[in-house]
Design a binder for this molecule. Structure first.
Ligand SMILES: [Ca+2]
Length: 264
């Protein structure tokens, strides 16, 4: 672990600062931290700079980043092989994806250009626009949720992709930035925190982090050494209640479960 992720990790896990005398608000309880149990490991394309991961209608989809390497693909879970693939327009750095109806929608890092793709054929259907950066997306069944590296998540009207509301995410009473790849799981928003091995589980009503999933043992197992090869990929199989995680350039993708309860 390099210095920067360590600092971020400590900031995430340390209890909140003592309240000021003028504002005697009790510090919120720190969220429980859990290490997941690995149910099964699957192969993962170690050249994939994972930015988005999801399961829709039983099919696994992944998006990847970096200019010139940004694709959206359907992946065979068992073998890790790419079944079909579309290329994000040249000059763009691909980021996350979300499934909505018969489409996938994708964002790019800079420039505010989002795309619509057919599913499962992955034919480009059109574009949409948003302000600022695009990091990742998921959905809660009613709205599409967009992260951009700040503590603020945007909830988008799927019909127009306009911002319907925003949610400011806090942990230990402080804003939590670097929210990256997202997945909506059983009423909570799970988010990888960029440059850390942590997933935070966010209450979508108030934005408070209710729990932390510590993937540091999976980071070690993946054996990655590049500082950019962070945990970044969460997919939930809503039909079979299976959770999958991976990371940028990881050689494996893991089905995990939370063992010890502590579901905040
Ligand atoms: Ca996801």
């Amino acid at each position: 672990m390099t210095v920067r992720p360590l600092i971020l990790a400590l900031a995430l896990l340390l209890p909140a600062a003592a309240p000021q005398a003028s504002a005697p608000v009790p510090a919120p309880a720190p969220p429980p931290v859990e290490k997941p149990v690995v149910v099964r490991a699957y192969p993962h394309d170690s050249t994939a700079f994972t930015e988005g991961l999801l399961i829709a209608d039983g099919a696994l989809y992944e998006s990847t980043g970096r200019e010139g390497q940004s694709v959206i693909r359907q992946v065979d879970l068992a073998s890790g092989k790419t079944l079909r693939q579309a290329t994000v327009p040249s000059g763009l750095f691909g980021e996350g994806i979300v499934a909505w109806g018969p489409e996938l929608r994708s964002v790019t890092w800079h420039g505010g250009r989002g795309f619509r793709w057919s599913r499962p054929a992955l034919k480009k259907l059109g574009e949409w626009k948003y302000a600022g950066e695009g990091w990742a997306m998921t959905d809660d069944g009613r709205q599409i949720i967009l992260s951009d590296g700040t503590p603020r998540l945007r909830f988008l009207n799927p019909a127009t992709m306009a911002v319907a509301r925003t949610l400011d995410v806090t942990v230990n009473g402080r804003p939590l930035k670097y929210l990256n790849e997202l997945e909506y799981i059983d009423g909570q928003i799970w988010a990888n925190v960029w440059m850390t091995p942590y997933i935070v589980r966010i209450d979508p009503a108030g934005g408070v982090v209710k729990g932390v999933v510590d993937l540091s043992e999976l980071v070690a197992r993946a054996g990655v050494t590049d500082r950019d090869s962070v945990a970044n990929g969460i997919a939930y199989d809503r039909a079979k209640h299976r959770i999958f995680v991976t990371g940028k350039n990881w050689p494996e993708l893991y089905e995990i479960r939370l063992g010890g309860g502590a579901k905040g």
